[in-house]
Design a protein. Structure first.
Lengths: 505, 298
């Protein structure tokens, strides 16, 4: 066994650290993404992040298993004993169902993949008129984040992004949301007004609206009715609580409105009009009993349509959910435009991921064969394979550490990085075997000059990608630069030592 | 012994002909530039852009519907629409189709649903939309990025060699790589995405390593004739480039069903690296040999 040099130790330590960063698991199960506070499951000690392995002795290997069990519970509303076995401990509680737990796929490692590989939606949003200042942008990011959270999206990133020309964008990425939701939630200003005549009674947001009821007792979707022309309509209603000021405004305004004689004095002459971003959501008659009353509880109504009763019902449900979200979170003071909207199917993404992994293996294989054919030395070939693998592995480790989302372009960057690595190794091998008079040390020094030259040209060439195109191609530049840096600092020095050892033997 | 004389002859031949060899890439470069000028006059731009750069929609649909038929049917209602297939090469089975158009998703979706009889859902399809202004904006910025990248690379080269002619030779070779790669991409009618243009930045950084190798060997290695320095560099450099090309091949011949952005990056690198063989070993080598003869580096 040859003596281990410092550089080899650095390589080994880096590999161990990378393994630790990636921390792959081979467990089956699902993770708890979110758990409602004050729920019985929460009180029993279950927490988000735990891995569910069994529920009532039934093995849970996938999300499908989980939804099956969850559905069985939902079908029977009686309280029952639920026992959940997790990776940490076993928890038992009494509840009718497990809907307080939001489950997610178990992450097999800390490596995060980009939207094009994992599926999800991405929107790039820009104010319609001009640009926003830093603080306006951070307000926008905050409101949007809140809105999407209230809507119930958990796996999301919202950030501002600047491009080469100084335009600022807001980038919203959601794992697994349907496109429609994102478009409406992100692109809409969400300017909600309730008007009587030309006077505004209250607007969306927590200044006028102190509470929006979302539970079954005070929010409902009604069975669909046929409109006769092949479409169906389903109505919804839910209650909100107004702030005292808004309630007083309601009293003052209604006080001045006369009764409508054609309704026999049952209603007021003017209606309450609900307007969202300039469009009328619904018009409600105001019963005479409310005239001049300080009312804090108001019923908001609307409807959804569809070509079948079921579609109308689900549309109504979606509309209600959206309206509730907008009422809770208020409006964004700028008009927005969605300039890019991508929705990637998770199953296509899965296919892409599989193809990329297969390709990675083929590239390894092809390069190893070529190296062996050229040098006909198994030791050199193994050394090259080891360095290629180390470089890829350490790069992935760093990506996992930085929680970098690896998209397809990033994977191309990793492979290209390995390619540069192989080139450098070829240079080292050939320099060290060249027959000029200088010593091995001198030769390797010359090789390092070429390698560092190539390194700096790639870094310089890739840098502009960090800013161009709203930074959407940042991953490509990032993984390439990380990959070749790992090469230069960790694997290449170790490889040079290995070659020296092989040369000495 | 015979091999030795052979090599002697080769050296002799190279000494006589290196300037003539320079003619080949220069002629090719002129052809490429003329083609690009013609292309520009026809299309108003130097490349074909896909919807991520020109604005429009790309829909990837998991379907067994025939791509050709789909394209023909769509062409009845839309002017510019392109359909390609993504298939699994081991089974030859079609995995999905890729539909490009400058239309908005709202226009494209119902048409596709009608023709294929498949409802587009989150599960079976991906939809990517870029507004026209954003596409233009991306395109303009990526072009600026390519220029900045080129300038930064040139600065690094000047810093490394600190002599005018050898540095200019390297930079000229890199420029030729880019121009030839664009001409080939245009000639085959590939429509570039944002990722495809980003690949040019990588090409700028990646293609100069053989030039650096060549220049370093010629300028810094003493005690060996210039010709054998060039030949030594050629053996190493060609092997580097060939390894790179072989690594790229599986992406086109063996593994399919790869994301389009990924394929574009590999395609540009493959074309660029092929052009680089010519530009390093004919263009750059001839110039550096000329320089070495002039400076009597032998």
């Amino acid at each position: 066994m040859a003596k281990m040099t410092l550089r080899l130790w650095i390589l080994i330590i880096s590999l161990v650290l990378a393994l630790f960063m990636i921390s792959p698991t081979f467990k089956d199960g699902i993770t708890i993404k979110n758990i409602e506070k004050d729920s019985k499951a929460f009180d029993s000690g279950l927490r988000s992040g735990m891995i569910i392995e069994e529920i009532n002795s039934q093995k849970i290997n996938s999300l499908e298993d989980y939804s099956k069990v969850s559905l069985i519970f939902l079908n029977d509303s009686s309280e029952k004993r639920i026992s959940i076995l997790t990776d940490k401990d076993s928890f038992i509680f009494l509840d009718s169902n497990i809907s307080s737990i939001t489950a997610g796929k178990l992450q097999k490692s800390n490596i995060k993949t980009g939207l094009d590989l994992s599926g999800g939606a991405r929107a790039l949003v820009k104010p319609v008129n001009g640009t926003l200042t830093e603080s306006e942008m951070s307000d926008l990011v905050e409101i949007t984040n809140q809105r999407l959270n209230v809507f119930g999206l958990t796996d999301l990133t919202v950030r501002s992004s600047k491009d080469l020309e100084g335009n600022n964008f807001m980038l919203v990425e959601v794992a697994g949301a349907s496109p429609r939701d994102l478009e409406e939630l992100v692109g809409k200003q969400g300017n909600f007004e309730a008007n009587i005549g030309n006077k505004t009674v209250f607007v969306g947001g927590d200044k006028d609206i102190t509470h929006v009821f979302r539970d079954a007792s005070q929010s409902a979707v009604y069975p669909a009715e046929s409109l006769g022309d092949g479409t169906y309509i389903s109505r919804f209603s839910f209650t909100i609580t107004l702030s005292p000021e808004a309630a007083q405004r309601h009293a003052d305004i209604t006080n001045l409105i006369p009764l409508d004689p054609s309704s026999g004095g049952q209603y007021l002459l003017e209606n309450l009009t609900l307007v969202l971003d300039g469009e009328i959501v619904d018009e409600l008659r105001i019963s005479s009993g409310l005239k001049g009353q300080v009312t804090t509880q108001i019923s908001i109504q609307g409807s959804g349509t569809g070509t079948t009763p079921d579609l109308a019902l689900s549309d109504a449900r979606a509309q209600m959910h959206k309206l509730q979200t907008l009422l809770l979170t208020g409006s964004i003071p700028y008009q927005l435009e969605i300039v890019k909207l991508d929705t990637i199917s998770p199953s296509l993404g899965e296919q892409f991921t599989k193809s990329l992994i297969t390709l990675g293996l083929f590239v390894f294989l092809a390069v190893s064969i070529v190296i062996f054919v050229r040098y006909k030395k198994i030791k050199i070939t193994l050394a090259v394979i080891l360095t290629m693998f180390s470089e890829a592995f350490i790069t992935l480790g760093i990506a996992a550490l930085l929680r970098w989302n690896l998209d397809a372009a990033s994977i191309a960057g990793i492979i290209a990085g390995i390619g540069t690595g192989v080139n450098d190794q070829i240079i080292i091998i050939d320099e060290s075997r060249s027959k000029d008079g200088s010593g091995l040390k001198e030769k390797i020094k010359k090789a390092l000059f070429i390698i560092f030259g190539a390194f700096f040209t790639i870094v310089a060439a890739m840098l502009p990608l960090f800013w161009a195109g709203a930074g959407l191609l940042r991953g490509f530049a990032f993984t390439t630069i990380i990959g070749i840096t790992v090469g230069i600092l960790i694997t290449r020095p170790a490889f040079a030592d290995i070659i020296k050892k092989i040369g000495e033997q | 012994m015979e091999q030795h004389t052979n090599q002697e002859n080769k050296k002799h031949w190279y000494d006589k002909n290196y300037k003539k060899l320079l003619v080949i890439p220069v002629v090719l470069l002129i052809i490429c530039i003329s083609y690009l000028m013609y292309f520009y006059s026809q299309n108003g731009d130097i490349i074909y852009k896909d919807p991520s750069l020109s604005g429009g929609t790309t829909i990837t649909l998991r379907t067994e519907s025939d791509a050709k038929n789909l394209e023909l049917s769509l062409k009845k209602s839309l002017e510019d629409v392109y359909v390609r297939t993504i298939s699994d090469i081991s089974t030859g089975k079609q995995i999905a189709v890729l539909i490009d158009s400058s239309e908005k998703p709202e226009v494209l979706e119902p048409l596709i649903e009608e023709i294929t009889g498949q409802k587009l859902t989150d599960e079976n399809s991906s939809i990517e939309f870029s507004g026209p202004s954003l596409g233009n904006n991306f395109y303009r910025q990526l072009i600026i990025a390519v220029i900045i990248s080129f300038v930064l690379m040139s600065l690094v080269i000047f810093f490394l060699f600190r002599t005018l002619i050898p540095s200019v030779a390297v930079i000229f070779a890199a420029l030729s790589d880019i121009i030839m790669a664009i001409a080939v991409v245009d000639f085959f009618g590939f429509r570039l995405s944002a990722a495809g243009i980003a690949a040019f930045l990588m090409l700028i950084g990646y293609s100069v390593d053989t030039d650096i190798l060549l220049t370093t060997r010629v300028l810094k290695k003493r005690g060996e004739p210039v010709n054998s320095r060039i030949y030594g560099a050629f053996k190493t450099g060609m092997f580097m480039t060939l390894t790179g090309l072989i690594a790229v091949i599986p992406a086109f011949l063996i593994v399919t069903g790869l994301p389009d952005s990924f394929r574009q990056i590999f395609l540009i690198l493959a074309i660029g690296l092929s052009a680089d063989i010519l530009n390093t070993w004919l263009t750059n080598a001839s110039i550096i040999k000329w320089y070495a003869v002039h400076k009597k580096l032998d």
